[in-house]
Write a protein that binds this ligand. Structure first.
Ligand code: SF4
Ligand code: SF4
Length: 269
């Protein structure tokens, strides 16, 4: 996930790990204030969408329709919502106000990380994930080499990134496992739709769970049923279990015995 700007902006990514250091300051008084909120390519994670739609008092359908356009995750055919910039001369972010970000406390992960970008690498042989980061120096951003020296770890804490990790972890794993299959396997359209609904449209996924045969097919505890009705994050966690079971064949959800005997199991999305 990253903020991508004009081609003539200087972008020098420097690979870093969690203990790498960089020197950076970002203040309202700086001449470049909010330059990073214009003509930006901001991909949204599942956790971003849940926080932003709640903040704006919208359903996930409404939020996706009003504020996003469709993008694709790098080196995959997997879809991801991207913030739709305003149709003005500078292509400003729709959440930008005169005083700065209008949704600052719920700003997306990409904005929190900036000027860093974050990535994960899945080692198939070791079945482990490696996190890596990059420092992006763009010509319009005047914050580099000012202020105090920070480690990546400290920046993540300062910017409130840690709570996003757990929520987005299963989603990131799904993407990595898909990537590790290589570019030559095609995902059917219906599967891509399931992926999109499960990852980014929690309200629609909730309707799907309640209105389809889902609860007859899978064993879901009474406690979990109660949680998913009340809590978007609990519903997202169920969606991740469902996607891992259906897309990767993992045993993240238990199928009722009667259903298992009458194979194949299919729940229409
Ligand atoms: S210093 Fe960089 S991140 Fe901060 S407002 Fe300026 S352009 Fe944006
Ligand atoms: S969400 Fe906020 S911080 Fe991010 S680009 Fe838009 S206005 Fe800037």
């Amino acid at each position: 996930m990253h903020i991508k700007k004009e081609k003539n902006d200087l972008i020098v990514p420097v690979k870093m790990d969690i203990n790498s250091t960089f020197t950076f300051a970002c203040e309202k008084e700086m001449a470049c204030f909010t330059q990073c909120c214009k003509n930006a390519h901001i991909m949204l994670t599942p956790c971003d969408i849940i926080r932003m739609k709640k903040r704006l008092g919208l359903s996930s359908d409404e939020f996706l329709q009003i504020y996003t356009t469709l993008g694709f995750i790098e080196k995959t055919d997997l879809p991801i919502p991207v913030i739709k910039m305003r149709d003005d001369e500078k292509k400003t972010c729709p959440f930008l106000e005169e005083s700065g970000c209008g949704i600052y406390e719920d700003r997306p992960l990409t904005c929190r990380y900036y000027p860093l970008s974050a990535g994960m690498f899945h080692n198939r042989d070791l079945n482990s994930d490696e996190h890596f980061f990059a420092l992006i120096k763009e010509s319009y951003c005047l914050g580099h080499d000012l202020g105090r020296e920070l480690t990546v770890k400290e920046w993540r804490e300062d910017q409130g990134i840690i709570p996003y990790d757990e929520v987005n972890f299963d989603w990131a794993e799904l993407i990595l496992k898909r990537k590790s299959l290589g570019p030559f396997t095609t995902i059917p359209e219906k599967t891509l739709q399931m992926f999109f609904m499960g990852c980014y449209n929690v309200d629609r996924f909730r309707r799907f769970v309640l209105d389809s045969m889902f609860l007859n097919v899978y064993i879901i505890s009474e406690e979990r049923k109660k949680e998913i009705l009340e809590d978007d994050l609990a519903m997202l966690s169920l969606a991740m279990d469902w996607l891992k079971a259906t897309l990767l064949g993992e045993k993240t959800l238990k199928i009722r015995e009667q259903v298992a005997e009458t194979d194949p199991v299919e729940v229409e999305a």
